[in-house]
Design a protein around this ligand. Sequence first.
Ligand code: P1T
Length: 379
Amino acid sequence: MKFNTKTIHGGQEPDAAYGSVMPPIYQTSTFAQSTPGGHKGYEYARSGNPTRYALEKSFVSLENGTYGLAFGSGLAAIDAVLKLLKPGDEVISTNDLYGGTYRLFTKLFENFGIVFHFVGMDSVQRIEDHINANTKLIWVETPTNPLLNIIDISATAKIAKKHKVLLAVDSTFATPYLQQPLDLGADIVMHSATKYLGGHSDLVMGALIVNDKVLAERLYFIQNASGAICGPQDAFLALRGIKTLHVRMQRHCENAKVVANYLVNHPKINKVYWPGLKTHPNHDIAKTQMKDFGGMLSFTTKGDNYDEAIKIVENLKVFTLAESLGGVESLAGHPASMTHVSIPVEERNKLGIVDSLIRLSVGIEDEADLIADLKQAIG
Ligand code: P1T
């Protein structure tokens, strides 16, 4: 089945009871048993729910995986991966990544004795240089949030395999429409389904997809033991959102290209971060591992100051100033004071997450309205 058919039919067939084309919302916490253990596949809804299972089958189909798990948020999914580890284990993580992931790693898991190395992953050699006998996990976010760096998944997977270390890829910005990390050698692909998979800014959810049975069983055990599942209503909404993933993503990419080209030629704009630009340092890797370049971009102004950036995001009218991304509507954010505030300021400045950085999640509105809005806001 091709990708554009999988979004609609992948892992789905009409419901066995009445032929309902959309999976019913099984709004229940428990399932009747005829005798202890005598049930129809489900016993308690933390352990499993048919609506959630339908969504997990869809995830698996989209990522060319074998096992899928749906969580109550993207961070709950990341939390489950980190619970595979023990005190003393070491993680090599992308240095430019979502502030909430950084916060989870440094403010929670460091307390449990996990050691993190935040590394610029533009050099695969740099990743290998940090591997030692305690290294258990390489955590890659690509494209990165908010600077849109692209990390070579295949090259990283080769190193992970050579050293028998797990490779997990947060593929939230790409979605399975643009890249499929398991096919490139990753062991775990993770999504904040809150974003493009849901696609309508109406739910919070996370996903993990893997191929290895033992790894899937360990993650399922963690999910069931810790309990960070998503509810059946949200599973239904995500399934509905996924049905248009391919058409939405195509349009997100087209609109982002128009916006990126507009900003590149704007006299007040300094840097534009979008992997589709030929001047982007990782453009060639993006071209090989992604189908298109995505709907996320960031930029700085020549004025390069906090007040100017804040004025621009406040002036926007079609773009809504808000955290999050990946919905049909365009959003603007100021990473230094919003999504990445958990990263220490010296670290942010070193990475390029400066006070003048503005991040756009380019939606699927008419491109002329988006450009007109940017024009009036930037001046
Ligand atoms: O918000 P949640 O569903 O828990 O997902 C966390 C997360 C994980 N990974 C990436 C790459 C993300 O961007 C996020 C969430 N990001 C935002 C809310 C944001 O505005 O960047």
